[in-house]
Design a protein. Sequence first.
Length: 312
Amino acid sequence: MPAPVLFTPWDLGALRLANRIVIAPMCQYSAHDGSATDWHLIHLGQLAQSGAGLLILEATAVEAAGRITPGCLGLYSDANQAALARVLDAVRANAPPVPLAIQLAHAGRKASSRVPWQGGTQIPIGQPGAWPAVAPSALAHRALEDAPAALDLAGLARLRAAFADAARRASCIIPCRYFSNENIWPMPSSPSRALETFPNPAPARDYMIRIEIPEFTCLCPKTGQPDFGTIRVTYVPDRRCVELKSLKLYLQAYRTQGIFYEAVVNVILDDLVAATKPRRLTVEGDFRVRGGISSVVTATYEAPARGRGRKR
């Protein structure tokens, strides 16, 4: 009996997870001036023993003013970096190997709040533990709370630099292959629209190849939000077959592209036909529910015995 899908490996970019169980970030409200404490050592240590495929550290502020509460974790100072490194070094020394990730964050208008067991409401300016919040606009998080200062262009640039600095600090603590931007989590191969092929080992015979890509992502051209779906490719090769790693990187290139479902299925068909020149090829895109509607788009190519192929 095959293992349940939950317990099968999963490739997250260049990172292979042993299974599909991911421990989500959980705020602990137990840091001192943004620095991790023995509480984090116990908390993360026992989670690292769980056998999960990935462990994500709690929301970690990129500046002191970006904490939700005075007890929130931060990574904006040398002291923060040293404290978190101490905790993670101990976790690695005493737990099975587990990939680690970190959620870098900024609280915005939610900043300067009490911890949840004290109500979670804003600490007014002038009271112990309070600090001025900043946000994209001067709108309060809740009625009767102090409004944050609206960030100008210089403030936005400062926060962008704070995220980059926190990412650099994180890359010194957590192996860089576990991160998610160009400075961290680099892939050995980058997404590419180039498709590679290899000679068909049995060109004299008609046989069918079925490929399923269950985690396809592109962007909605209207909203910029990610669209998720499954791409299925079925083809009868002629002289060339598509190389699967290049196909994987090809499909990853759509993650940042705004494109309609109907267009992406037909573009994939055209590109595969151009690369492999198959006898027959079908691309099906099974896109998941958005607004209560799911969509399945199918495009097919047939190469007749003579003349140009037909798409339908």
